[in-house]
Design a protein around this ligand. Sequence first.
Ligand code: GRF
Length: 187
Amino acid sequence: MLASGGGTNLQALLDTLGPDAPAHVVLVVTNRADAGALERARQAGVPTTVLRDPADAAELLVALADVDLVVLAGYLKLVPRAAVARFRHRLINIHPALLPAFGGPGMYGRRVHEAVLASGAAVSGATVHYVDEQYDRGPIIAQRRVPVRPDDTPDTLAARVRTAEHGLLPEVVIDLARKIQHTGVIR
Ligand code: GRF
């Protein structure tokens, strides 16, 4: 997993992927030495790497070595092109809105939920998608919808979406892991 922030999606995976699951978190990579995700990884006994330069493809590829699937959850750096190419269709991201709406450069965290509320949308949600060379533009794998309530603030909407993310991401990871096990490919 790659994460820059608190790591609640990492925690959801750690909590859901028991000993018999088809996938396990084997490494947490971050660009921030103070990322909360690091502490969660340590608590779970998962190895961690703090990148010296997130734009350095070689450093990232060495860190990822031979992992089967790379999950971005709150990773705020662009993945270098060489790493995208190496892990094409094995590199996924979770985004806190229903892409293709409310995505793209600068659309992360609270700003996403502010934009959803400003648009008047009645529904928001979470999206898991393959990562390509553009922010939030790769093919969509799965989405989970949540209602937008009339009295929502960015924080209340964020909390509802976050809960949806914690259900959706482990489901997708388990599904992709099974596909990798059975076919060696995931598309
Ligand atoms: C999530 O909302 C995810 O969709 C977005 O960044 C947030 C990460 O949260 N890309 P956490 O670090 O997993 O708690």
